[in-house]
Design a protein around this ligand. Structure first.
Ligand code: C2E
Ligand code: MG
Ligand code: MG
Length: 557
């Protein structure tokens, strides 16, 4: 491409020279013929000669015509070349610059990085590649529209330009992803930290538009071609960018709104995460996700009143995996709806074999609640599996409430109209306001187990749990206590009021098969009219699902 361009330019220049050559030749001829013809003309005017030679006079006129033609052609071509060059320059700029923010784009950034890296090498300096990604940009776009989203990006580019030193090269790589590269003294990596800290201070001040307050945070990853020992590890621009990307991803995974430098272990982490993603997708197709059940008890009478369904992944490579590992990934990769549906279908099929007085609770992810059709889908599932809606309770967490309260409210209302109960899980760990609690029609509050386990500590007061119980009484919302592990806690809770509860004191979550055996013994299993449509789950003999990530990592290489 570049070669073609050069050829074209050269072609123009050649034509240029030909036109100039014709004009020059004409001038030389003009001087030659003019030198003979003009004295003859002058002499003939004084009556001293017979006038100019016709042939020479014609040649002279022809020369004059040629000079005029050649000159005009030369001028035209020069103008044409100028215009073409400026158009080419414009096109080159457009292909290198992001039109919205005026920063370099991904392609030109790669080139600029490589160039700066070579310069740094020659000067004995190190190069830092800093990757910046907004944390909540999709949300800003969805809530305020793309025009505001664009303004935020332009504002961000301005802030970055303003806060970064002149020598930093800034680019918008796409969407809400920015990056800059900067040379620094090998022994003073902290300079990069300082610049990055300054960005964190300035970014929240970006305005979307008048009257639109946008809350901005960003995650940053930094990679350098200079390792800790001060040696320059020869990594090219692409490797640097890849590493900064991994570091940025690490910042996101560790809670967003932070920055970190790339470390080699992060690459393994990413590989591990990719392996889990692939495993989850495959597991969905192979029906590897199964429901476990935890008993819910009326604390006063000690009667079993229901079960909470807790997801488990029976992975052929990893064994029984905890939902704390795979649910967040399933949410991230967009399969949580499908996963939850598979689990619910299995749980409904199990629960139809239990005594009809036993309820079933299922946890619903905030991601599922973003689907405006969630309530309809759930009700359709209930009808399809002939499961009475009044036996189902869904558990949502407080984080659902600050996403789109309006939509959650109408979803809760339509589910409750159909008889499904809704409880607020892990209460006390999020930010639900009293106003939200008053206006949202929950059927119960579940006190998070972190507060319940505090009761075990003899010095700790039971004030928080007490306060939540009286809040529940005041709002007319029954309370469920999670994580009851011993008799001492149970006695304390009993003294606080009429509560329901669950916890290891009553048993750990168990497989569908074990639940059936338990209910059979208690005479609370209805005669199954047909065999369960799902195959009995294989018993792994493992009580605890794998939670520790390092244990998993040793399996996923
Ligand atoms: P959760 O809904 O608050 O569930 C209670 C968790 O506490 C369960 O962990 C349970 O095993 C554990 N637990 C219960 N009693 C005790 C106790 O006495 N002591 C201790 N230390 N722990 C106790 P699990 O099964 O690992 O589930 C963790 C979380 O994963 C659940 O918290 C829930 O938020 C989520 N989850 C589980 N299944 C699903 C699902 O199907 N969908 C969604 N979206 N989330 C799920
Ligand atoms: Mg729960
Ligand atoms: Mg809970």
């Amino acid at each position: 491409m570049a070669e073609k361009k050069t050829q074209k330019r050269f072609g123009n220049a050649e034509r240029d020279i030909v036109a100039l050559g014709i004009a020059t030749a004409a001038i030389i001829l003009f001087v030659g013929t003019g030198g003979t013809v003009l004295p003859q003309v002058v002499r003939s005017l004084y009556g001293e000669g017979s006038g100019p030679d016709d042939v020479l006079a014609n040649a002279l006129l022809l020369n004059i015509a040629l000079i005029i033609f050649g000159w005009r052609r030369y001028r035209e071509l020069t103008h044409e070349i100028k215009e073409r060059r400026s158009a080419e320059e414009q096109a080159r700029k457009l292909s290198e610059i992001d039109p919205l923010t005026g920063c370099l784009n991904r392609r030109s950034m790669a080139r600029a990085t490589e160039q700066l890296r070579t310069e740094c090498e020659a000067r004995g300096q190190a190069l830092a590649y800093v990757m910046i990604d907004l944390d909540n940009f999709k949300h800003i776009n969805d809530m305020n529209g793309h025009a505001i989203g664009d303004k935020v990006l332009v504002g961000l580019a301005e802030q970055l330009r303003d806060k970064l030193p002149q020598e930093a090269v800034l680019a918008r790589l796409g969407g809400d992803e920015f990056a800059f590269v900067m040379a620094y003294d090998k022994n003073h990596g902290e300079r990069i930290d300082e610049h990055v800290m300054r960005l964190f201070e300035s970014v929240p001040q970006i305005q979307g538009a008048e009257n639109v307050a946008v809350e901005l945070t960003m995650s940053i990853g930094i990679a350098s071609d200079n390792d800790d020992a001060g040696d320059t590890t020869r990594c090219d621009a692409e490797t640097l960018m890849h590493r900064a990307d991994i570091a940025m991803y690490h910042s996101k995974k560790n809670g967003k709104n932070r920055y970190c430098w790339f470390e080699a272990t992060m690459e393994n982490e990413l590989r591990f995460r990719n392996a889990l993603e692939t495993g989850i997708r495959r597991g969905l197709g192979q029906a590897e996700f199964i429901p476990y059940f935890e008993q819910q008890i009326d604390l006063e009478s000690g009667d079993l009143v229901g079960f909470e369904m807790l997801a488990r992944w029976q992975s052929p490579q990893l064994g029984l995996v905890s939902p704390e590992i795979f649910i967040p990934i399933a949410e991230d990769i967009g399969v949580i709806g499908e996963l939850s549906e598979q689990l619910m279908v299995q749980a409904f099929q199990e629960a139809t074999q239990w005594d009809p007085s036993i309820t079933l609770s299922v946890n619903i992810s905030p991601v599922q609640l973003r689907d405006p059709w969630f309530a309809q889908k759930l009700l359709k599932l209930l009808v399809e599996h002939n499961f009475p809606s009044h036996r189902l309770e869904i558990e949502i967490t407080e984080s659902c409430l600050h996403e789109n309260v309006g939509m959650v409210r109408s979803m809760i209302a339509s589910l409750r109209n159909q008889g499904v109960k809704v409880s607020l899980d892990d209460f006390g760990t999020g930010y639900s306001s009293l106003e939200q609690l008053r206006s949202l029609p929950f059927d119960r509050l579940k006190i998070d187990r972190s507060f319940i386990s505090e009761l075990r500590n003899p010095d700790a007061s039971s004030k928080i749990v007490d306060a939540i119980v009286s809040l529940g009484n005041g709002l007319d919302m029954p309370i469920v206590a999670e994580g009851i592990e011993d008799e001492g806690i149970l006695d304390l809770l009993k003294s606080m009021g009429t509560l329901k509860g669950q916890g290891y004191l009553y048993g750990k979550p168990e497989s569908a098969e074990k639940v059936r055996q338990r209910l059979l013994k208690a005479g609370r299993l209805v005669e199954p009219t047909s065999q369960p449509q799902i195959a009995p789950q294989p018993e792994t003999g493992e009580e605890d699902p794998v939670k520790a990530v390092h244990a998993l990592r040793s399996v996923v290489k």
